[in-house]
Design a protein around this ligand. Sequence first.
Ligand SMILES: C[S@@+](CC[C@H](N)C(=O)[O-])C[C@H]1O[C@@H](n2cnc3c(N)ncnc32)[C@H](O)[C@@H]1O
Length: 283
Amino acid sequence: MTVLEAIQKSTEFLAKKGVESARLQAELLLAHLLKMPRMKLYLSFERALAPAETDALRELVKRRGRREPLQHLTGSVSFCGLEIAVNRQALVPRPETELLAEQGWQFLSTLNPQPSTALDFGTGTGCLAIALAVKCPGAKITAVDVSAEALALAGENATRHNVAGQIQFLPGDGFAAFSTDESFDLIISNPPYIPTAEIATLQPEVRDFDPRAALDGGADGLDFYRRLAREAKSFLKPDGRIMLEFGDGQDGTIRNIFEAEKWIVEAVKEDYAHRARILIARK
Ligand SMILES: C[S@@+](CC[C@H](N)C(=O)[O-])C[C@H]1O[C@@H](n2cnc3c(N)ncnc32)[C@H](O)[C@@H]1O
């Protein structure tokens, strides 16, 4: 079978299984397998696949057809230009979260004197904490997660990017692990925000493969925002900021939740699709 034939057969199979952008997905899987940039496939259409390559591709395409996320099959995702290992233990980092990371490091780098401090609440793969540490080498980051398995992965990712010494990973439920005299310049979080009943309606890639604890935001999806609005102030320095990602359409309610707890909402930022997705507030 040639590269072109493999792409065509895989595309057909994935489309039948309801996978979105089937051709692109087939190309990305083959490019991953052959360890070449996707565009190079186009110069290799006539190359014959070795039997072992055909078998390996068949296996990958079968798994993708069962709606396993592409990133789980390739083993990593690019986040703020950093390669972050992913698996079933943590949410696959999303492109919009890069905007949250960017807001975070821009704020930290305005602070003087260094070292600044940040808390990543619900770190998952560690993507936010690691991006902050890489961009702000003077910053000290604490990353908390209720999932020990996610923290293990986050620790591996931090080591991979040589920032393990800058990040303290803590297992725990929210602020439970902190003493009340601890405070940070920045509290950053992309907390779970899907209403419980909506989880069943999500794409299988998300519903069946992202951990439930990374998705479930309670009955209306807002449990973590209420909790952060109530509890985060005592862990924030006087001129500190809280920066939170939230779901499409949640901006009005989240603003109300924070204003009701006497936070000053400084900005609400939009994602690439011009939808409000990030809240920035101060005490
Ligand atoms: C939406 S994921 C975000 C992961 C990562 N920060 C990102 O942006 O890709 C939310 C994370 O919060 C963690 N989490 C859920 N409940 C928590 C709690 N009570 N305390 C701390 N972390 C929690 C989950 O395990 C998950 O890793």
